[in-house]
Design a protein around this ligand. Structure first.
Ligand code: NMX
Ligand code: MLT
Length: 437
C-alpha cells in the first residue's frame, strides 16, 4: 500500500463508526422538509447528500476540507519555484483532509508517474471520432475506453467482492483517472488543434507543469494549470457533474462509467460549458463593436440584448451561491497580479462586465444571484496564454473536476453509501396535496 492509501484507510476506518452510529441511532432525525416548488424545481436546496470533501456556503463560497480557497493555497506545499501548490498535494489533502508533508507530496507524484500512461487503444478510440466532435465528447469517450482495465469492475466480477474492501479498488481506478486525465486532455488538444502533433510526458514534472508542457505552453502556464485544476475540483456534492458521478457509482458502476457520466453532465451550457459560452459571448460582443472601445453603455446594451432574446448571461448566477464566487475572485486576483494580463483588453472587458452585469441582472429581476461564477473569469486567462480554442475550456474544467468526483466516490465506497434512489410522485398527487394545503 502507498503512504496515501494507508493514510486514507486509517481515515476511512476512523470515520465508519460515525456513519454507523448516525444511521442506527439517529436515522429518523429530520434535517429538512420538501415543498412542491422544490419537487418541481430541481430539488433545489434539499439536504439529501453527504460529503466531507467540500462544503459550499451561499455567502462565503467553497471550502475544501474546511479551508477557504486562500487558506488552501496558503496551507499546501508549493510546487518548486512557484506560489501555487501542486495538484498532487491537493489530491492528498482532498482525500485525507490532512495537509501533506513534502515527502508525502513526492510520494503521490511518484505514484502518479506510474499511473499516468494512457493506453494506446484509448487514443485509437478517440482518433476514430470525427475531428469536428466536441472535445468533451472526445474526453468522455476516452474515459469510457479506459473502462476495460477497471480494477473495481474486475474485483466485482471476480467472485470475491465485499463491501469493506471495495473502496480500495475505487481508489485504484480513481487514482488512475486523476493521473491520466490531463494526459488524455493534452492528447485531445493536440489532436484537434495542433494537427495531431503530440508531445510526450515529461516524467520530471508535476501534473500541472506536465499538462502545460504537453500542450506546448510556456513556463508561466504551469501555475495557470495548477490553479485552474484546483479551483475547479469540487463544489460540494449537489452540482450536476459531482452528483451524476455519485449517482452512477451508487449502482456500483465503476469509476470510468461514473466519471464519463459526470463529464456528460458537465458538458451542459448551464454547467461547465458556460466557460466556453462566456468567451463566445465576449467575442460576439467584440464583433458587434466593430473596433469601437467597450464602454459601460455598450456592455449594458449587449447584456439587455441577451436577456431580451430570452438567453441567460453566461458566467452569472448560481443555484447555491448568493455572492461573487470566490473562484472568480481567485482568478481575478491572479489576473491583477500578472503583468500584461491586468492590462489585457479582454481582461478589462471582463472587469467591465463584472461592474455592469450584476446591476442589469438585478433590474431584470429573475435570477436569485446576479453575481459572477467561476466561468465568468476563467476563459480570459486561457485566452491570454494563447489557448484560444474556447470549445476546449470545458475539458479543462473536466480535468479539474475529476479530483473532486474521484475523491468523493472513493469515500462513498469507504463508507458504504447506498444506491441512490429518490422517490417520485405524480402531478395528480401534487395537486391533491396542494388542495389539502
Ligand atoms: N442570466 C439570465 N437569467 C438568469 C441567469 C443569468 N445568468 N441566471 C438565472 N437566471 C434566470 C433563470 O433562467 C430563471 O429564469 P426562469 O424563471 O425564467 O426559469 C430565474 O433566473 C431563476 O433562476 P435562479 O434560481 O436564479 O437560478 P437556477 O438555480 O435555476 O440556475 C444557473 C442556476 C447557474 C443554471 C443560472 O444562474 C444560469 O443559467 N447561469 C448562466 C449559466 C452559467 O453561468 N452556468 C455556470 C454555473 C457554474 N458552473 O460552472 O456550473
Ligand atoms: C460547479 O462548480 O459545479 C458549479 O459552480 C455548479 C454548482 O455548484 O452547482
Amino acid at each position: 500500500m502507498t503512504q496515501l492509501k494507508e493514510k486514507l484507510f486509517e481515515k476511512i476506518q476512523a470515520h465508519r463508526p460515525r456513519i454507523t452510529r448516525l444511521t442506527k441511532e439517529f436515522g429518523s432525525v429530520i434535517i429538512d422538509k420538501v415543498d412542491i416548488g422544490q419537487c418541481i424545481g430541481g430539488a433545489r436546496d434539499i439536504r439529501s447528500l453527504v460529503t466531507d470533501i467540500s462544503y459550499l456556503d451561499p455567502q462565503e463560497g467553497i471550502r475544501f476540507r474546511g479551508k477557504t480557497i486562500p487558506e488552501t493555497f496558503e496551507a499546501l506545499p508549493k510546487a518548486a519555484g512557484s506560489e501555487y501548490p501542486t495538484v498532487e498535494s491537493f489530491w492528498y489533502f482532498l482525500l485525507t483532509g490532512e495537509v501533506p508533508t513534502l515527502d508525502q507530496v513526492a510520494a503521490v507524484e511518484a505514484e502518479f508517474k506510474t499511473r499516468q500512461v494512457v493506453p494506446e487503444y484509448v487514443y485509437t478510440a478517440v482518433r476514430a471520432l470525427p475531428k469536428e466532435s466536441h472535445p468533451m465528447v472526445m474526453l468522455s469517450v476516452g474515459i469510457m475506453a479506459m473502462q476495460k482495465d477497471s480494477k473495481f469492475a474486475a474485483f466485482y466480477s471476480g467472485g470475491k467482492f465485499n463491501k469493506m474492501d471495495a473502496w480500495e479498488y475505487v481508489y485504484e481506478d480513481a487514482s488512475d483517472i486523476v493521473a491520466r486525465i490531463p494526459v488524455l486532455a493534452a492528447f485531445i488538444y493536440n489532436l484537434k488543434y495542433r494537427g495531431d502533433k503530440q508531445i510526450g510526458i515529461d516524467p520530471k514534472l508535476d501534473m500541472g507543469a506536465n499538462f502545460a508542457h504537453m500542450i506546448g505552453q510556456s513556463d508561466q502556464y504551469k501555475d495557470v494549470a495548477r490553479m485552474y485544476f484546483i479551483l475547479h475540483s469540487d463544489h460540494e456534492s449537489g452540482n450536476v457533474s459531482a452528483h451524476t458521478t455519485h449517482l452512477v457509482h451508487s449502482a456500483l458502476s465503476d469509476p470510468y462509467y461514473a466519471y464519463a457520466a459526470g463529464l456528460n453532465g458537465l458538458a451542459g451550457p448551464l454547467h461547465g460549458l458556460a466557460n466556453q459560452e462566456v468567451l463566445g459571448w465576449i467575442m460576439e460582443f467584440q464583433k458587434k463593436l466593430n473596433g469601437a472601445e467597450p464602454t459601460k453603455e455598450n456592455v449594458t446594451k449587449a447584456l439587455w440584448d441577451t436577456l431580451n432574446a430570452g438567453q441567460v448571461v453566461p458566467g452569472y448566477g448560481h443555484a447555491v451561491l448568493r455572492k461573487t464566487d470566490p473562484r472568480y475572485t481567485a482568478q481575478r486576483e491572479f489576473c491583477l497580479k500578472t503583468p500584461g494580463l491586468k492590462d489585457d483588453p479582454l481582461f478589462k472587458l471582463v472587469a467591465m462586465i463584472f461592474e455592469t452585469a450584476p446591476g442589469v441582472l438585478t433590474e431584470h429581476g429573475k435570477t436569485k444571484n446576479p453575481w459572477p461564477n467561476v466561468d465568468a473569469q476563467s476563459g480570459v486567462i486561457q485566452w491570454y496564454y494563447g489557448l484560444k480554442e474556447w470549445d476546449f475550456y470545458t475539458v479543462l474544467f473536466g480535468v479539474g473536476r475529476a479530483l473532486g468526483c474521484m475523491a468523493n466516490i472513493t469515500w462513498d465506497r469507504g463508507l458504504g453509501y447506498a444506491i441512490e434512489r429518490p422517490k417520485s410522485v405524480t402531478t395528480d398527487m401534487l395537486e391533491k396535496w396542494a388542495a389539502e394545503g
